[in-house]
Write a protein that binds this ligand. Structure first.
Ligand code: C2E
Ligand code: MG
Ligand code: MG
Length: 631
């Protein structure tokens, strides 16, 4: 076969062109040439050596040029790969769940967070549709709206409730994006979502904190006011009556002070629980703050119904409260205001209930009182009383009455208690319960108490001069004056002025005054005691004394509150309490005196219990000095 030179050159040119094209389009062949040049040469040698040289030169030239091209291409591809790797890392490590579906909604990809949030593994969801996660919380219209927005705007975001593999329904915040290719065709949907159940939980907790009292779990003042306003609107529309009962624990401050705030908190919690049981469902019970609770009874048209509810609550407090380390008794005072007869708005209803509560407290606690016009008048009278009392002091309208105190063993009168009265020009003889609280609030109490003390000491000196012998005269000191640090100076001054022997003066301080600030009380009592006078704790049994503190007090006598003497000798509780108080006083070397003895059987019972002294109507009412009967 003869080949012309021309043909040979043409073939060579073709071969070269093909080689170059081959080299350019195929990286692999280049790699193969370089990987195994010997094979390549062998292959070329076997075909035609002359072409081997030419083609090798040409390949070399082409390769040099192409290498530059290849290396640039390689760099681009490496950057791409880097970017892809980074995207994949982000995709996988992001806390948001990611779900990619194709344009038919078939899931083609999910990330790690998706699996963590939903509980599904990749294999369980690939090839499925997102409807697999539906919670059933949204209706058809919700999804229609979502797809309409997606179609129109290419994206949708919002809150959606889905279901985890465990079956739990949870809220997620989700953004869905429609992906289109360069020619604008829809290819994929990408959904990115986060689990917002924790946020929702916090939101709920916050809402709870704003509206509920953390200690008792009851609605707080804010929520109560809200509910009261709503209830009144409804009651107005339906022409129904409502009642608001405002409750305040009696002597709660003393419990807090003597047993500590922890115990106080436990008691409040227990009170909340007890109240829930007592008022039942269908009413709003709230803790308004401190020891103040409120009940709103929405369907309570009759005064009697509200009173019955109040009575139930008061009765319900007769059982002790069992706390971690204490068993406590506490009582409650209740003020009642009615809608629409007493007030037209929720605020007014609450204000009126507050005035009624004040009245209940004044009635001697563990009681309820209604808000009425009469009560408002009472409040106004208190204001008048204050200015009149000032005048009474100057014009000497106050009187000191004396109530005999008897030795229960001998039956004879051994002392008297000085009790103040107000001889009012129009109102007649006003009892201390009506003006002492006013005097305490206006600060006039100090003057009154010192005046009474001076009168009593003078009187005692007079009696002694007349040969009428009494062991002591007792005077009351208000907690306000007691808290005053120079009380002892005033007492010393009175003793000095009147010349009465200190041993003949007894100062009565109420148990609650001592417990209001036990440290100051201790200091005050010691100073008074240094003067040589006797000290007694009045109204004992109502102030939650801590025994430890009681032991440290330099006090010689406990006066059993008349509330416990009342029920003697038949009321089992009173019998038990009186016995305990007497035993307690004995163990601490103190004398005991019972107040409010009205019946002979009471005095007999007390004598049997070895109570030392007693006072009460059975022995004699408080009378002016000249009317006192001497045996
Ligand atoms: P208190 O010191 O516990 O006085 C006993 C009260 O019980 C007196 O009331 C007395 O009249 C009354 N009472 C005595 N025996 C009986 C009885 O058998 N049955 C009943 N139901 N009551 C009886 P009063 O005089 O109305 O005094 C009330 C309170 O006013 C006193 O309670 C005392 O805390 C206070 N008070 C009286 N005078 C003064 C005073 O000069 N200064 C101060 N700060 N308070 C005074
Ligand atoms: Mg007294
Ligand atoms: Mg008393």
């Amino acid at each position: 076969m003869s080949v012309s030179v021309r043909d040979a050159l043409r073939m060579a040119a073709l071969y070269l062109v093909l080689s170059v094209i081959w080299l350019v389009v195929s990286d692999q062949i280049i790699t193969r040439i370089f990987d195994d040049p010997v094979d390549q040469f062998r292959w070329l040698w076997a075909n035609d050596f002359s072409w081997v040289v030419i083609s090798t030169v040409l390949i070399f030239v082409a390769r040099l040029r192409h290498l530059r091209f290849i290396s640039a291409g390689e760099r681009v591809r490496r950057e791409d790969r880097e970017r892809l790797r980074m995207a994949a890392a982000v995709f996988d490590s992001t806390l948001e769940g990611v779900l990619v579906s194709d344009r038919d909604g078939i899931i083609v990809h999910v990330n790690r967070a998706f699996m963590e949030i939903t509980g599904y593994q990749k294999e369980e969801v690939l090839g499925q549709r997102p409807s697999k996660f539906k919670s059933g919380r949204h209706d058809k219209a919700f999804y229609q709206q979502m797809f309409a927005t997606l179609a129109e705007k290419g994206e949708w975001s919002g809150e959606i409730w889905n279901r985890r593999k465990s079956g739990e329904v949870y809220p997620q915040w989700q953004s869905i994006c429609a992906i289109r290719n360069d020619s604008g065709e829809l290819t994929h949907y990408v959904a990115v979502f986060s689990d917002i159940s924790a946020i929702k939980h916090t939101e709920r907790e916050l809402a709870h904190l704003v509206h509920y009292d953390p200690l008792t779990g009851l609605p707080n003042r804010l929520l109560f006011n809200d509910r009261a306003a709503q209830a009144l609107t409804q009651a107005q529309a339906k022409k129904r009556g409502c009642a608001l009962l405002l409750m305040d624990l009696d002597h709660f401050q003393s419990i807090n002070d003597s047993l500590g705030h922890n115990t106080g908190d436990q008691l409040l919690k227990a009170v909340g629980e007890r109240l829930e049981g007592l008022v039942g469902a269908g009413v709003t019970l709230a803790r308004l703050g401190g020891d103040e609770f409120a009940v709103l009874a929405e369907n309570c048209p009759q005064v009697g119904q509200a009173a019955a509810l109040a009575q139930t609550i008061i009765e319900g407090f007769k059982e002790p409260f069992q706390l971690d380390c204490h068993r406590l008794f506490t009582t409650v005072s209740i003020g009642i205001s009615l809608f629409p007869s007493d007030a037209q708005s929720a605020e007014q209803l609450l204000r009126n209930a507050d005035s009624a509560l004040f009245k209940a407290k004044q009635n001697g606690r563990s009681d309820y009182a209604m808000y009425t016009e009469e009560l408002t008048a009472h409040a106004q009278q208190r204001v008048e009383t204050a200015s009149e009392l000032r005048r009474a002091l100057q014009q000497e309208e106050l009187r000191v009455y004396y109530q005999p105190i008897h030795d229960l063993f001998s039956g004879s009168m051994i002392g008297v208690e000085a009790l103040v009265r107000w001889q009012h020009p129009q109102r007649g003889l006003v009892p201390p319960g009506e003006f002492i609280p006013v005097a305490e609030r206006t600060g006039m109490i100090g003057e009154i108490d010192t005046w009474v003390m001076r009168q009593a000491c003078q009187q005692m000196v007079e009696w002694q001069a007349q040969g009428k012998t009494l062991a002591f005269v007792a005077v009351n000191v208000s907690s306000r004056l007691f808290a005053h640090r120079d009380l002892y100076r005033q007492v010393a001054q009175v003793l000095h002025e009147t010349g009465l022997s200190p041993a003949c003066l007894e100062v009565e301080v109420t148990e609650s005054a001592v417990m209001e600030d036990p440290e100051i009380a201790l200091e005050q009592l010691h100073r008074l005691r240094e003067l040589g006078i006797q000290l007694a704790i009045d109204d004992f049994g109502t102030g939650y004394s801590s025994l430890l503190r009681l032991k440290r007090l330099p006090v010689q006598k406990l006066k059993i509150d008349q509330g416990f003497v009342n029920g003697l000798p038949h009321d089992d509780d009173d019998v038990a309490i009186v016995r305990v108080i007497i035993a307690l006083a004995r163990s601490m070397g103190m004398k005991v005196q019972a107040e409010g003895i009205e019946l002979e059987e009471q005095s007999r019972f007390l004598l049997e219990q070895e109570c030392d002294m007693g006072q009460g109507y059975w022995y004699g009412r408080p009378v002016p000095a000249q009317q006192l009967r001497w045996a």
